[in-house]
Write a protein that binds this ligand. Structure first.
Ligand code: HEC
Length: 145
């Protein structure tokens, strides 16, 4: 019993240590270099870092969500695999009375684009057309017009 506890502690310590070491090697393992160009991988990695900082607390790094928080799974989500402008609007505005925070003011357009790019290409989701900051700006404009 005690041994089991110690091995769990050790395992989580190791995980934390590896998490800090976000090397290029890890990036290459995450993104298929026969599919993505280096500039695209930089955007996806930017999104990956943002996702871990801003989104994973509720949606989990596995993208499975946490029903206790009302945070749906993003893996296979109809929003994340559906029309991109609806996805952009969701991240800008949040939802469910702020249980999903609105990121339209706290993240710049490029960051919103890249976190969306990450979500649309993680956990088996795939969307080869990456979102640009310009596209996020246009949706913001539509929402405020
Ligand atoms: C404090 C918890 C929390 C955080 C942090 C959070 N979300 Fe959410 N998210 C939610 C909740 C709750 C919902 C459901 C909102 C609703 O039903 O309108 C949601 C819904 C979503 C949806 C719609 C999914 C679907 O299938 O309906 C997307 C996309 C999304 N979040 C992306 C993000 C991104 C991107 C971030 C980080 C930049 C993020 N979320 C951070 C709680 C959170």
């Amino acid at each position: 019993m005690k041994l089991k506890f110690i091995s769990i502690l050790l395992a989580s310590g190791l995980q934390a240590a590896c998490g800090h070491q976000d090397s290029e090697q890890a990036a290459a393992a995450r993104w298929d270099t026969s599919v993505w160009r280096p500039a695209q991988i930089r955007k996806l990695e930017h999104g990956y870092r943002l996702y871990r900082q801003k989104c994973a607390a509720c949606h989990l790094s596995s993208g499975q969500g946490q029903m206790t928080l009302g945070a749906p799974a993003l893996k296979g989500s109809t929003v994340v695999t559906g029309p991109v402008n609806i996805h952009i609007a969701k991240v800008i505005h949040g939802g469910n009375n702020g249980r999903m925070p609105a990121f339209g003011a706290s993240l710049d357009d490029l960051s919103i684009a890249d976190v969306i790019n990450y979500e649309r290409n993680a956990w088996g989701n795939h969307d080869a057309r990456l979102v640009t900051a310009e596209q996020v700006r246009r949706v913001k404009q539509l929402l405020t017009d």
